[in-house]
Design a protein around this ligand. Structure first.
Ligand SMILES: *Cc1c(COP(=O)(O)O)cnc(C)c1O
Length: 376
């Protein structure tokens, strides 16, 4: 298994093709446990004061979760099913954070019954909902924060602005619920380390307001967003950590600090193998149709993310339009991706760094199979 680490990308694809090409039936994603472990260790080393809680949505495969748990990583969830997956593998519910700002009453009650105690809020209505259902819950307040420089922004859907945060603090105090934490999310694939500094500084100001209202800050959750160098270099985790660790000096030692990395822990561990099923020329452009696409696990290719792609085909690189196999025009993944001119039906391609938001987001729309997950 170690030999694969030293192979070039082309060598890796050639080896895979030798082993699997002849009996190929559907796209697959190989996930390398050693890389999951490496990423978890690197994250912890860079930020010794920060406890990682993996965002399960990035890759909910049980073997992925189990591997991260072995490295001392905890979890962050958004739904009942994510919670059940964790409980089935014996995770400790006390360290599971329910970080989805808007939760159904049914899911809140279920999570509380299973021992989850931490619930995020970003509206007065959610504080009232939880106070009513689980008065003993520990709440943390999600602040709106800058998502500048992030590939996928998350602040248009969630996060309390200053005045709303004030109202939430007031309502929590009046209801006597334990609002004792603050969180924010800088956006996914965040290439602007300053967003974390801005978020932490806003959290410190929010802690002061909470103290003034008679509440006791216990938790700072700096969210996810840690980026991966898909194509171009990005700030390394150590560089981002320099900014974060410095900003954290302003946070009282008694405060527990957690983060919710998703992409960073799993992306580099995944290699995606699929096949070209057709090619053609339309309106002067070259189209490449794969047996996987927007619905089959390559959704983020459409979001503008450039997975490194390897092909063994001949020819100079030319710009291809890349599309998936379904009969839906949403299923066009890239308008222009440089790949060899000689690519044709039957050829295989390998996409690297596909461990995040791939198998997690795939569905069987139009009858095409989910990518098979193979753990290495
Ligand atoms: C999606 C999400 C994460 C993980 O984000 P990444 O960009 O994958 O690190 C963390 N926390 C919350 C609340 C999320 O919604």
């Amino acid at each position: 298994m170690n030999s694969r680490v030293n192979l070039s990308e082309a060598g890796q694809l050639a080896l895979w093709q030798q082993r699997h090409g002849e009996h190929y039936s559907q796209p697959s994603i190989e996930i390398d446990r050693a890389i999951l472990r490496r990423q978890a260790r690197r994250f912890c080393r860079a930020m010794p004061r920060v406890e990682p809680h993996f965002a399960v949505k990035a890759n909910p495969h049980p073997a992925v979760l189990a591997t991260l748990a072995e490295e001392g990583v905890f979890f962050e969830i958004a739904s009942k099913k994510e919670l059940d997956t964790l409980l089935d593998m014996g995770a400790d519910s006390e360290n599971i954070f329910y970080s989805n700002p808007i939760k159904s009453a049914q899911y809140i009650q279920y999570a509380a019954a299973k021992g989850v105690c931490w619930f995020v809020v970003d509206s007065v209505e959610e504080v009232e909902k939880i106070a009513d259902l689980v008065p003993q819950a520990k709440l943390y307040l999600r602040l709106h924060t800058s998502n500048k420089g992030s590939l996928i922004e998350l602040s248009s859907k969630f996060g309390a602005f200053d005045e709303e945060a004030d109202a939430i603090i007031e309502r929590a105090t009046a209801l006597g619920v334990d609002l004792c934490g603050v969180t924010f999310h800088v956006g996914s694939q965040c290439c602007n380390s300053d967003n974390w500094r801005i978020g932490i500084e806003a959290a410190i100001r929010c802690f002061e307001k909470m103290k003034n209202a008679g509440l006791t800050p216990e938790l700072l959750d700096i969210g996810g967003g840690f980026p991966v160098a898909y194509e171009a270099p990005v700030a390394t985790i150590e560089e981002i950590a320099t900014v974060i660790n410095k900003a954290l000096l302003g946070v009282d030692q008694s405060v527990r600090i957690i983060a919710e990395p998703g992409r960073y822990l799993v992306a580099e561990a995944g290699r995606f193998y699929c096949q070209v099923i057709g090619s053609c020329r339309r309106e002067g452009r070259d189209w490449l149709y794969l047996d996987s696409g927007f619905y089959g696990g390559l959704l983020e290719l459409k979001e503008g993310l450039h997975y490194p792609i390897t092909s063994l085909s001949e020819g100079e690189p030319v710009p291809w339009v890349i599309a998936g196999p379904t009969c839906d025009s949403v299923d066009i993944c890239s308008q222009s991706y440089p790949l060899p001119a000689g690519l044709k039906a039957g050829d295989f391609i390998m996409l690297n760094y596909v461990g995040a938001y791939s198998n997690a987001c795939a569905c069987e729309f139009n009858g095409f199979p989910l990518p098979e997950v193979v753990m290495l």
